[in-house]
Design a protein around this ligand. Structure first.
Ligand code: IPM
Ligand code: MG
Length: 354
C-alpha cells in the first residue's frame, strides 16, 4: 500500500487522450492493489506556450521536480513550427529531461505474438530488444546557432560527448543486459566521427567490469539495416541521443507500430519520466483513434522502475497482451477481419483485463 505523487504532462495533439487512458489504468491498479496515485497536472509544451508564452514555465517544471515521477503524453504541433527555437514545444520535453538529469532512456521493443501479422517484416523472428538511448547530451544539447558560411547563411549543431557521459550510459546498458540475454550492441559512426571514437573507447573500458556480457560495435548505418534484416539478433542496444532517436522509431515499426512502444527516462534516483516514444500526431488528435498502449505500457514501466511495484506492472503488461490476443486493434494496428477500436474502447478493454 502506498501513496504516489505523479506529475502529469498531457501536452499537445493526442497527448491528453493517451495520458487519460494511462491514468485510468493506474486508477484501476490503485483500486486493485490498494495504492493511491495522486495526479498533479503540469502544463508543458504548446499548450503552455499558448497559455503562458513559454513551453516550460517554472511552475510546471517545479511540479515535475517535486513529484515521485512524471507521466507524459507528447508535445508539438504544426502551429508552432515557425516559433523561435526556445519557444518551441519540444524545448519543454528536452528541458524536463535535462533539468531532471534523466540521462538514460530505455525503449523496449518486443513483438507481441498477437501482432505477428501487423508486423511489416516477412519473418520477424522473436524480437525482444531494448534501446538504451543517451538522453541529455550529444548533438541535441550541443552548441547550436546560425552564422555566415561559405555557402551563405548556415545553421550548425555541435555533437560532443564526454567520457563520463558515455561511461554512465554504458553502465546502464551492461547492467540491464545482465538481467536479460547478456549482449550489448553499441551503435556509433566511429569510421567518421570523433565523438564516436571516444564513445567506442569508453564503452569498451566500462565493458571490462562486465565480463559476463558480450559486447559488439555496430556502425549506425549497418545497425539500421540489421534491425530490418534480423532484429532478433539484438538484445540491448546502447547509443547516443541522435542515433537512439532514429533507431527507436525503426525498432518500433519492426514490432508493428510506434503506437505501442513505451519509454522510461531514468537516472540513479527513482524519479523518472515515463512517456510513449511517439509524438503528438496532430493529424489524428481529438478523434479518439490514437493507440493508448504505448502510454499505458509507460505507466507500467513507471510502476516497475520508479515505485518498485513489479506485480502491478506485470498486471498491466499481461492485460495488454490479453487484450491484443482477444483481437482488439486500434487503427494503427489494423488487421483484416478485426474491428478497429477507438482510444477509449481499447483502454476499457485493457482495464477490464486487469
Ligand atoms: C522522442 C521525440 C523527441 C526526441 C522530440 C519530440 C524532441 O522524437 O522522444 O523520440 O527527439 O527526443
Ligand atoms: Mg523520436
Amino acid at each position: 500500500m502506498g501513496i504516489y505523487n505523479i506529475a502529469v504532462i498531457k501536452g499537445d495533439g493526442i497527448g491528453p487522450e493517451v495520458v487519460e487512458s494511462a491514468m485510468d489504468v493506474l486508477t484501476k491498479i490503485g483500486d486493485r492493489y490498494s495504492h493511491t496515485f495522486a495526479f498533479n497536472e503540469s502544463v508543458c509544451g504548446g499548450v503552455a506556450y499558448d497559455r503562458y508564452g513559454e513551453p516550460l514555465p517554472k511552475e510546471s517544471l517545479d511540479i515535475c521536480l517535486m513529484s515521485d515521477s512524471v507521466l507524459l503524453g507528447a508535445v508539438g504541433g504544426y502551429q508552432y513550427d515557425n516559433l523561435p527555437y526556445e519557444k518551441r514545444p519540444e524545448r519543454a520535453l528536452l528541458g524536463v529531461r535535462k533539468e531532471m538529469g534523466l540521462y538514460a532512456n530505455l525503449r523496449p521493443a518486443k513483438l507481441f505474438s498477437a501482432l505477428s501479422k501487423v508486423c511489416p517484416l516477412k519473418s520477424p523472428g522473436d524480437i525482444d530488444l531494448l534501446v538504451v538511448r543517451e538522453l541529455i547530451g550529444g548533438i541535441y544539447f550541443g552548441e547550436k546557432g546560425m552564422r555566415q558560411g561559405k555557402y551563405g547563411s548556415e545553421g550548425y549543431d555541435i555533437m560532443a560527448y564526454g567520457e563520463l557521459e558515455v561511461e554512465r550510459i554504458a553502465r546502464v546498458a551492461f547492467e540491464l543486459a545482465q538481467k536479460r540475454r547478456g549482449k550489448v550492441s553499441s551503435i556509433d559512426k566511429a569510421n567518421v566521427l570523433k565523438t564516436s571514437g571516444l564513445w567506442r573507447k569508453c564503452v569498451h573500458d566500462v565493458h571490462s567490469d562486465y565480463p559476463d556480457v558480450q559486447l559488439e560495435d555496430v556502425l549506425v548505418d549497418n545497425a539500421a539495416m540489421q534491425l530490418v534484416r534480423e532484429p532478433s539478433q539484438f538484445d540491448v542496444i546502447v547509443t547516443g541521443n541522435l542515433f537512439g532517436d532514429i533507431l527507436s522509431d525503426l525498432s518500433a515499426m519492426c514490432v508493428g507500430s510506434i503506437g505501442i512502444l513505451p519509454s522510461a527516462s531514468i537516472n540513479e534516483t527513482t524519479r523518472g519520466l515515463y512517456e510513449p516514444i511517439h509524438g503528438s500526431a496532430p493529424t489524428i488528435a481529438g478523434q479518439n483513434i490514437a493507440n493508448p498502449i504505448a502510454t499505458i505500457l509507460s505507466a507500467a514501466m513507471m510502476l516497475r522502475y520508479a515505485f518498485n511495484l513489479s506485480d502491478e506492472a506485470d498486471a498491466i503488461e499481461r492485460a495488454v497482451d490479453k487484450t491484443l490476443n482477444e483481437g482488439a486493434r486500434t487503427a494503427d494496428l489494423r488487421e483484416e477481419g478485426l474491428p478497429v477500436l477507438g482510444t477509449k474502447e481499447m483502454t476499457e478493454k485493457i482495464i477490464n483485463n486487469i
